[in-house]
Design a protein around this ligand. Structure first.
Ligand code: BGC
Length: 735
């Protein structure tokens, strides 16, 4: 539609009609069908007569459903402004990829861009317009269940993935193609105190800008058209009513012209936060912060009109918000085709999509331990496959709300397909003692079998029996789906008791154990690693999980995943992350002796497995780190090269990681920061030379005046296979 026609529509809208464009409700307001509910769902108090004005719908995706709601809506609408359909298509629609924490472990943004393009085409063909993805929050606290939705603890890695995901989703975005990306949660949500979901966030502006904001900027620079506010406070003010954050920083400083949406019920929650005394004040705060759409509350619907009528809010603000929403609808061509995607007959090649999901799952799997090279297994070994995840289809993780479990392949099914493999199977244990205590989420609701002590023992006995007759035990354990994800915070990050009991008994049999883990966050594995031989971290791997795991176990695929988040030694260390500051009393180098250095009395400072860590069946050796120069200026750069040799007879991928330390700054600088990485294929026995270029822009940080700048002086550059095992050189930046 021509822009002046769109203007005319805006000008002809009544105040109520305008406000409607700024309200988002879920499907039950439009249809009698049962729709997806992923948050609190009490009655909102929305007046029946307001519903025909509402501009967008939450989490109704699917051709028939959308067609029905859209056509009924348009039939009774005066201006025929189509509804926007938005949903949580976070890491898959029909084809479900691994959870984002696993995606982070691929260190392969090109692959992930392709994956998100698949997600986009599948969702668009089912009528979706907008996805609330990617979540680009940085997280250093695995107690937070939403670690599952993040690509991890590092600002550079998160920014690279934000760009890849947004680009994949919005590729060729026009009237026919592409899904609008709404990045979230703006901002700082990953730093919720104590890792407790929805909790307070408080940090310095320097930290906020240095580590928590860049992934959002990267997503917006890649073209994301929408952004969602977070539930937490930023400098004392909840994001959804934070004028500094949304209006001053996001819109004025960064120039964002797209649509902002409040997270689920966040406008009304300004009252619970204690910055608004009623819905009227909450509405005023949010609209004045330039939050365009109110998701699932009655605030904008009931309060904006009186506020405008009595001069409490300037109509101009509402007009600007409505205009942004109309522009987005127009960009998608909805005025011409309200059934975008549905009528386009987009062909979905499901086999190709599943193959891509397998590739991503394989690259996301992290080999954490492999004593005596017990892996890969060979087809002559008789395997006992044991555990609640050995034959489970609940392997998509909490936020795959549209994925179908029946599409998932389990480990057992994948082994059975390969007739040459010999295997016996036993459940061994349920995932947790009592699943009924975990509640429900979206379509995830579980009713446990009564798990009596006798039944638990019986299950263990069966497992022990088959284990005794085998050469090797493959034990598939993990968290319950409902133990991570939104509202899935935990303070104990170990495997559930019943699973530990099984593991303890199996470890007494003196048979090699390969542990395969399914989980939505870094777990504490310290009590486990000595009891098993290999540890394969499979996350929630998605539709093709079983096939990917079996390929890894039997060496058809060489593991290449590397952690994008540290695995703590114990819960008391949290937050534990690689790019921390040095402190005035660093444990290794302080002049102080003994007690008075920065350390714990009862645990190491280091995590069990650091950021960037992951083994391969190949063995890589790093040598000859060389810099083209030991000096650089703002206008020059240094070329760096390193030789990486595959000292094994198995081809493999290796991710070469480059870190930099700014030895001295006007503000304290981290002990190292990831600046670049390359995932390369190295053939057995061969050496590759890997080149990087160090530029002044990589040395910048927020100084005392919060200016983004570099400072002259000495730097260390470190290159290696993870954030701990590194070769080091030095260089100097001067004017
Ligand atoms: C979550 C968001 C999600 C929204 C809509 C909220 O509870 O925090 O990430 O997009 O619900 O379902």
């Amino acid at each position: 539609m021509e822009i002046n026609q769109l203007r005319t529509i805006l000008e002809n809208l009544t105040l109520e009609e305008k406000i409607g464009q700024l309200v988002q409700l879920s499907g039950e307001f439009f249809s009698q069908d049962k729709t997806m509910i992923v948050g609190p769902s009490e009655k909102l108090g929305i007046k029946e007569e307001f519903i025909p004005n509402v501009g967008s719908v939450l989490n109704v995706i699917g051709r028939e459903k959308i067609k029905k709601i859209q056509s009924e809506y348009l039939a009774s609408s005066r201006h025929k402004i189509p509804l926007l359909f938005m949903g949580d298509i976070i890491y898959g629609y029909k084809t479900v990829f691994p959870i984002p924490l696993g995606i982070g472990a691929t260190w392969n943004p090109e692959l992930i861009e392709d994956a998100y393009n698949i997600i986009s085409s599948e969702a668009v063909s089912e009528g979706a317009h907008v996805t609330f993805a990617p979540m680009v929050d940085l997280v250093r606290d695995p107690r937070w269940g939403r670690s599952l939705e993040s690509t991890g603890e590092d600002v550079t890695l998160n920014s690279v993935f934000a760009k890849a995901m947004v680009t994949g989703l919005q590729k060729n975005l026009d009237e026919e193609n592409g899904l609008v990306s709404c990045i979230k949660h703006f901002a700082g949500y990953g730093a919720a105190e104590g890792g407790r979901d929805y909790n307070t966030v408080d940090m310095s502006e320097r930290e906020f800008r240095q580590n928590y904001l860049p992934s959002f900027k990267a997503g917006l620079d890649a073209g994301a058209n929408m952004i969602m506010t977070s539930f937490n406070t930023v400098n004392g003010v909840p994001s959804t009513g934070n004028k500094w954050l949304i209006n001053d920083l996001l819109r004025k400083e960064w120039g964002f012209e797209g649509v902002t949406i409040a997270d689920y019920a966040a406008v009304r929650e300004l009252i619970d936060h204690g910055v608004a005394s009623d819905e009227r004040e909450a509405t005023k705060l949010a609209i004045e912060a330039t939050v365009d759409i109110d998701m699932k509350t009655n605030c904008y619907a009931s309060q904006l009109a009186p506020l405008i009528e009595d001069g409490g809010v300037d109509l101009k603000l509402v007009d600007e918000s409505v205009w942004r929403v109309l522009l987005l609808k127009n960009k998608l061509g909805l005025f011409e085709n309200p059934y975008r995607g549905i009528d386009n007959n987009i062909t979905i090649d499901i086999d190709r999509n599943f193959a891509k999901a397998k590739e991503v799952a394989e690259q996301s799997i992290v080999l954490l331990q492999n004593k005596n090279n017990i892996l890969p297994l060979n087809s002559k070994q008789k395997i006992s496959l044991i555990g609640p995840y050995a034959d489970s289809k609940s392997i998509m993780g909490l936020w795959a709300v549209y994925g179908q479990e029946e599409d998932c392949t389990t480990i057992k099914e994948s082994i059975i397909k390969r007739s040459e493999l010999k295997m016996n199977y036993a459940l061994g244990t349920e995932i947790i003692e009592d699943v009924n205590e975990l509640g429900e989420f979206g379509s995830h609701s579980y009713k446990g079998t009564e798990n009596t002590i006798e039944r638990q023992k019986q299950l263990r006995d069966q497992a022990i029996k088959i284990a005794k007759e085998s050469d090797v035990i493959v034990l598939a354990l993990g968290e319950h789906t409902l133990q991570s994800g939104e509202a899935g915070s935990r303070t104990e990050l170990r495997l559930p008791e019943v699973q530990m009991k099984l593991l303890d008994e199996l470890s007494k049999l003196d048979k090699p154990i390969v542990l395969v883990l399914f989980n939505g966050r870094p777990l504490v594995l310290t009590d486990i690693v000595d009891k098993v031989d290999a540890v394969v971290e499979a996350w929630f791997p998605g539709t093709e999980g079983g096939n990917a795991i079996v390929n890894i176990l039997f060496g058809k695929t060489n593991p290449s995943g590397k952690l994008s988040m540290s695995f703590p030694f114990n819960e008391g260390q949290i937050p534990v992350y690689y790019n921390h500051y040095s402190t005035g009393r660093p444990k290794e180098t302080s002049n102080h002796s003994g007690r008075f250095v920065s350390k714990y009395l009862d645990a190491p400072n280091e995590p069990l497995y650091p950021f960037g860590y992951g083994l391969s069946y190949s063995s890589f050796k790093y040598t000859n780190l060389e810099l083209s120069d030991s000096q650089m200026t703002k206008n020059t750069h240094i070329d760096l090269k390193i030789e990486v040799t595959n000292n094994s007879d198995i081809d493999g991928f290796e991710t070469i990681q480059l870190y930099i330390r700014d030895i001295k700054g006007s503000v304290v600088r981290p002990v190292k920061e990831l600046k670049d990485f390359k995932k390369v294929f190295v053939k057995a026995g061969e050496t590759v030379i890997v080149n990087f270029s160090i530029k002044e822009s990589q040395l910048r940080f927020f100084n005392q005046e919060l200016l983004w700048t570099s400072e002259n002086g000495e730097f260390e550059v470190m290159v290696g296979t993870n954030s701990k095992d590194l070769l080091v050189e030095k260089f100097v930046l001067s004017s």
